[in-house]
Every structure is written in C-alpha cells, then in structure tokens.
Design a protein around this ligand. Structure first.
Ligand code: FES
Ligand code: FES
Length: 150
C-alpha cells in the first residue's frame, strides 16, 4: 500500500505502483488543476511539488512518492494567495491558461530555492515550462514581481 500526503491530506493507493502521479492526482483524487501536456517531461504542464521541489508528475510513478508530500496547484495556498498567484493576477499572465498551473508551481519552486533570482536564473528556472500561447514575457515579469513578496 502506497501512502502519500497530498495537499496536507493522507492518501493511499493499492493499485498499480507504476501509475503516473499525474493520473493518480487527476483521476483518483479529482485534482484536475494539474494538466497533461506531453507525457514525456518536455512541457511542464504537469508540474507539482514533491517534497517541496518541482517535479513532472507525468513521469513520476506513484511508487516514487511513497511516504512523501505532494502539493498541487489546489494546495499551493488555501486562498490562492501565494505570492506567485498574486503576481500572476496582477500582471494578467494567462492567455488560454492550459500551461499556467505548471508555470505557477515551477515558479513557486524556483523562488523557494532562490529568493531573488536574476533574469537569467528566472529564464533558466522556467525554461522547461512551455507556453503555446507565448506568455513568456509576462511569466518572467510576474516571477520578478513575486520575488518581492516571498
Ligand atoms: S505532461 Fe508532464 S512535462 Fe508535459
Ligand atoms: S497560456 Fe496558453 S499555453 Fe500557456
């Protein structure tokens, strides 16, 4: 039996241990904020936090998070007021929105590791998160704004 804490709640799974965390979150727990993009760790749409660090849930097996703590976009802040979420609203970052949960989770992880990142560090930290709408300038600007609130 796999046990994992998701957004502060103890969850368990006794099915296929190789099930991707993405599908455990979406299909078993109904946490559909985390998106499926490529399924191959190439786009970042499925980004969640595992033990406080950004991870691609499409290539993470449920067995890999046994005993760990997972946070999804739904659990990042109880009222949606994490500094990254506030900055995203302030700068109206999303266009279609599909990539945005992943972008926000990646940005939150980046700022947890690097409080005041340089422009290069922001670009490097966010480089694996693809936005088909091309919101990159607003994403970078919002990470800069969020850095002042973390
Ligand atoms: S769906 Fe996981 S990185 Fe694209
Ligand atoms: S806002 Fe549409 S893919 Fe990023």
């Amino acid at each position: 039996m796999i046990k994992v804490k998701v957004n502060g709640e103890e969850r368990s799974w006794d099915g296929d241990p190789s099930l991707p965390l993405l599908w455990f979150l979406r299909d078993e727990l109904g946490l559909v904020g985390t998106k499926f993009g490529c399924g191959q760790a190439l786009c970042g749409a499925c980004t969640v936090h595992v033990a406080g660090t950004a991870a691609r849930s499409c290539i993470t097996a449920v067995s890999d998070v046994d005993g760990q703590e997972v946070v999804t976009i739904e659990g990042l802040h109880p009222q949606g007021d994490h500094p990254v979420q506030k900055a995203w609203r302030e700068l109206n970052v999303p266009q279609c929105g599909f990539c945005q949960a992943g972008q926000i989770m990646q940005a939150a992880s980046l700022l947890a590791e690097t409080k005041n990142p340089s422009d290069d560090e922001i670009r490097g930290g966010m480089a694996g998160n693809i936005c088909r709408c091309g919101c990159y300038q607003r994403i970078e600007a919002a990470v800069r704004v969020a850095a002042t609130g973390t």
